[in-house]
Design a protein around this ligand. Structure first.
Ligand SMILES: [Zn+2]
Length: 469
C-alpha cells in the first residue's frame, strides 16, 4: 500500500461556525485499483462523545455544492474506514474507477467540544484490487427499480413504509435483512432512505419484485433538519445550512421527479430548524411508535394546514435494521404503515398519490382502518380531493375500532369526538367545507384517565384532509 495522504489537525467550535464541512485534497496516481480511507477523532465510537466528525469522499469529477459529480460516498460517523475498488465498495460508498487526479476527503463537523477536537486522516492506495470489501450488486449499475405492474390498472390502497435504513448508512443490519422484514410484513412498497448516500440504489433495482416495490430514496441529513427524497435517480447534496441552500436541493429533487418530505419535526427527531415554508411535498407526521413525541410532528403539520398549505402527511418507521437476533418489536418496518391510493405499484404512481394527498396512516399493517369521503348525489370525493362549494355529506367509516375514538378536525379545530362502539362504524354529517377549509379524521386510542384530552390519546390511524373549495 502507498500512502497518499496523512493529515492531522485540530478543530474548534470557531472552525464549525465558519463551515460545517472541510475538504482535504489528495492526489491519486494512475493505475490505482484500491483506495482505503481511515480516520480517527477524540471520542470516536463513544455514544456520549462531545465530538462527532463525519466522513465522506469525492473523486476528481468534482466536489462543489450541487455540482458534485464526483460524489463517491458518505458514512457519517458510523464507520472508521471506507474501501473502494472498481467492482465493490464499503456500504455507503460507490464502486467504480479509481480515477487519477485530485480527490477530496470530506469531514463533517457535526459536533465539536468547546475545547476542540483532534482528528487524523490517512488515505492509502494499491494497484491490486485485493479482497472485495462488500458483495457487488447482483447485476448492472442501474439506479431505478423496474416498474412492477399493479395488475388490472384500477387504483387500490397499497401499504408501505416511507423511511428505512440499512448498513448502507448508520444501521447495524443488512439491506437484505431489511427488505426481507418488509416482505414478511406483507408491505407493497418500501422506501430505503439512506443518510446522504445512494450506494443502495443498484441493490434496490436488483431486489425489487412483483410482491414488493423498493423505492429509491435518500434522507438528506443536514445538521439543521432531515428531509426524505423519494424517487431519486442520483445523489442529492446535503451540505446545507441556509434555507436558500436547502431550497436549491429541493429544486434539484423536483427536477428529477422526486418528492421531498420534512422528517420527524419534533424534539430529538432531530427537529426541523429551517423555515416551514419551503416547497416540500410532505411532512412525516408520524415516525416510529406514536408515543415518541409524534404529537409534536402532528402539530407541526397541523400548523401548516391551518396556514393554508396543502402538504401531505406521511408515516415512516425510520427502522434502522438490526443485526440478526437483536432489536425489539417496538421498532418494526411498517410501524406505522402508510397507505396510498395508487393506480399501479410503481414509484411514479405511488409518488403521484402522495403528491395528491391520497394517503392514510395506520399504526401497523393490520391495525384498525378508517375511510373519509365526501358525497353529493352519486359523486364521491376522497382524501386529497377538493370539493365544490356548498353543503356536502361527509362520511367516515371505521373498521375494527371498537372502544376507540373517532375525531374529526377542520381548520376551525375539533368538529366531533365520537366513541366507536361497533365495526364497521359509520358517522356522517352535512357540512360546507368552504367555511371549514378542510376536514380530516383521526382514530384515537382508549381513555385511561378522566383528565386525558384527545391529544393525549395514542394515534391509531389518521387520514389526510379533504379540501374545501
Ligand atoms: Zn432522520
Amino acid at each position: 500500500m502507498r500512502t497518499l495522504l496523512r493529515w492531522e489537525g485540530h478543530f474548534t467550535p470557531a472552525d464549525k461556525a465558519a463551515s460545517d464541512y472541510v475538504l482535504l485534497p489528495f492526489e491519486v496516481p494512475p493505475g490505482i485499483a484500491r483506495l482505503e480511507v481511515r480516520y480517527a477523532f477524540e471520542g470516536q465510537g463513544r455514544p456520549d462523545s462531545p465530538n462527532v466528525i463525519d466522513l465522506g469522499l469525492f473523486d476528481p469529477r468534482g466536489a462543489d455544492f450541487l455540482r458534485a459529480e464526483g460524489f463517491r460516498g458518505w458514512s457519517g460517523s458510523a464507520r472508521r474506514e471506507a474501501i473502494l475498488t472498481p467492482r465493490s465498495a464499503t456500504p455507503g460508498y460507490l464502486p467504480g474507477p479509481i480515477f487519477p487526479g485530485r480527490w477530496h476527503v470530506i469531514l463533517g463537523l457535526y459536533r465539536i467540544a468547546p475545547q476542540g477536537c483532534a482528528c487524523r486522516v490517512i488515505v492509502q492506495a494499491s494497484e491490486e484490487e485485493g479482497e472485495l470489501p462488500h458483495p457487488p450488486p447482483p447485476h448492472g449499475e442501474g439506479s431505478i427499480p423496474p416498474a412492477v405492474p399493479a395488475g388490472n390498472g384500477e387504483a387500490r390502497w397499497l401499504r408501505g413504509d416511507l423511511q428505512s435504513h440499512s448498513h448502507h448508512s448508520d444501521a447495524p443490519g443488512s439491506l437484505e435483512d431489511l427488505i426481507e422484514a418488509a416482505r414478511r410484513r406483507g408491505l407493497d412498497f418500501l422506501a430505503v432512505t439512506e443518510h446522504n448516500t445512494v450506494s443502495h440504489l443498484p441493490y434496490l433495482q436488483a431486489w425489487s419484485g412483483p410482491d414488493l416495490l423498493l423505492i429509491p430514496g435518500e434522507e438528506v441529513t443536514t445538521y439543521y433538519g432531515h428531509m426524505n427524497a423519494w424517487g431519486i435517480s442520483r445523489w442529492l447534496d446535503f451540505r446545507c445550512r441556509t434555507a436558500e441552500q436547502l431550497r436549491a436541493v429541493i429544486d434539484a429533487a423536483h427536477a428529477m421527479g422526486a418528492l421531498v418530505s420534512i422528517n420527524h419535526p419534533k424534539t430529538d427527531g432531530p427537529p426541523w430548524e429551517y423555515p416551514p415554508d419551503l416547497p416540500v411535498d410532505a411532512v412525516e407526521a408520524w415516525q416510529g411508535p406514536w408515543p415518541l413525541r409524534n404529537r409534536e410532528s402532528l402539530a407541526f403539520w397541523d400548523r401548516l394546514l391551518r396556514a393554508g398549505r396543502r402538504v401531505t402527511a406521511v408515516g415512516g418507521s425510520d427502522k434502522h435494521q438490526d443485526r440478526p437476533g437483536e432489536g425489539t418489536p417496538f421498532y418494526q418496518v411498517g410501524h406505522p404503515t402508510t397507505w396510498v391510493y395508487a393506480e399501479a405499484r410503481t414509484t411514479p404512481a405511488i409518488l403521484s398519490a402522495i403528491r395528491s394527498g391520497q394517503v392514510v396512516i395506520t399504526a401497523d399493517v393490520d391495525a384498525p382502518w378508517l375511510e373519509l369521503t365526501a358525497e353529493r348525489g352519486d359523486r364521491v370525493w376522497m382524501v386529497g380531493d377538493e370539493v365544490p362549494p356548498g353543503p356536502i355529506r361527509i362520511r367516515c367509516v371505521v373498521w375494527e375500532g371498537e372502544g376507540l375514538h373517532l375525531r374529526l378536525l377542520t381548520r376551525l379545530g375539533e368538529l366531533a369526538l365520537i366513541p366507536v362502539d361497533r365495526s364497521p362504524f359509520e358517522w356522517a354529517v352535512e357540512l360546507d367545507l368552504g367555511a371549514h377549509g378542510y376536514i380530516r379524521a383521526e382514530l384515537r386510542g382508549m381513555r385511561h384517565f378522566a383528565d386525558e384530552t384527545p391529544d393525549d390519546l395514542p394515534m391509531v390511524a389518521m387520514t389526510n384532509p379533504i379540501w374545501g373549495p
